[in-house]
Design a protein around this ligand. Structure first.
Ligand code: AMP
Length: 300
């Protein structure tokens, strides 16, 4: 592989004249990245579970702009699924994904098999700083331990300078920031805003599984979050929660699993509006066997 640093309008990027590298083996991946590091290139990493959409590609663009060499990974991580059928039905479109990554000029993609991640010794239990006690953590037992395990192993293999995560999975983002500190990784975690469809639905790989009717009503999720934003400070926290739940549940097809209004840092639920903290409203909704999550910043 021939890497070259090229000056673009306002930043340097790494480019090369062969197609994107695809690696499936951890040793091969480490070797490639060692050669990148030897040339003093910074490494940006974007972990994904594939079925890539504009939300993922935005993270990759950000990495391409902010680091010299960008590696993404595609791995549907079994340990973070607490529901077997959700794991089995998770969309998998590897050929489309590789094409999208090539088109955006991602430098490398790591597509490991399970054994490449989970063979050998490694930590399997993590201090999550109690950030997993509510929302996704409470409704998907074991989910964040599984996320922590795969992210730890990917970080150990890739040792990036920067890693890019979406605010779409807000609780995950906060837990990963905590993990990096407690595990002593020297990695800058960069967060990226939620990318939405034109009608407001947060992009998600799971959207592919929505029926036409489910897809039609799904934008109500974001509409209800915008309502929470509008009413914050004007109605009580409890009233806002109730109004959001009613608005979503009225659609018949969508059922709120939880709607919580939390302190962005501690993820603790708030009971009254406070101007001294950053507040976020987070929702999980079920429609048939599909689960959608979303969130909005209420105050910063
Ligand atoms: P996933 O493939 O769902 O595990 O997501 C991989 C990364 O993409 C995570 O950091 C997600 O938060 C991020 N992501 C997924 N959907 C979006 C979106 N709509 N906007 C921004 N980031 C996203």
């Amino acid at each position: 592989m021939f890497i070259k640093r090229v000056f673009y309008p306002d930043h340097y990027i790494c480019t090369y004249f062969q197609k994107m590298e695809k690696v499936i083996n951890r040793q091969e991946c480490k070797k490639l990245l060692d050669s990148v590091r030897k040339q003093n290139y910074s490494i940006g990493f974007v972990p994904t579970m594939g079925a890539l959409h504009e939300g993922h590609l935005e993270l990759i663009s950000k990495s391409l702009k902010n680091s010299d060499f960008t590696i993404s990974s595609i791995f549907v991580n079994p340990t973070q699924f607490n529901n077997r059928s959700d794991y089995e039905n998770y969309p998998r479109n590897i050929n489309d994904d590789l094409k999208k990554l090539e088109d955006i000029h991602c430098h490398c993609v790591f597509v490991p098999k399970k054994e490449q991640i989970y063979s050998g010794n490694g930590r399997s239990s993590y201090d999550l700083g109690n950030l997993d006690r509510n929302m996704e953590g409470a409704h998907r037992p074991g989910h964040f331990q599984g996320v922590a395990m795969v992210v730890d192993r990917l970080f150990e293999i890739i040792q990036p300078d920067m890693a890019f995560f979406g605010e779409k999975d807000f609780q995950q983002l906060q837990i990963i920031k905590h993990l990096v500190k407690t595990l002593g990784y020297d990695i800058q975690i960069v967060s990226c805003p939620i990318i939405r469809e034109d009608d407001g639905l947060a992009m998600s790989s799971r959207n592919q599984r929505l029926s036409e009717k489910q897809r039609q009503v799904a934008p109500v999720i974001y509409e209800s979050l915008k309502l929470a934003h509008q009413l914050a400070g004007k109605k009580t926290v409890d009233d806002v929660k109730q109004m959001v739940k009613n608005k979503v549940n009225q659609t018949q097809l969508l059922h709120v699993e939880y709607f919580e209004i939390v302190d962005e840092n501690s993820l603790e639920e708030i009971t009254t509006w406070k101007s001294s903290i950053k507040i976020r409203a987070c929702i999980a909704v079920n429609t048939g066997d599909i689960r959608l999550i979303d969130n909005v910043k209420i105050s910063s």
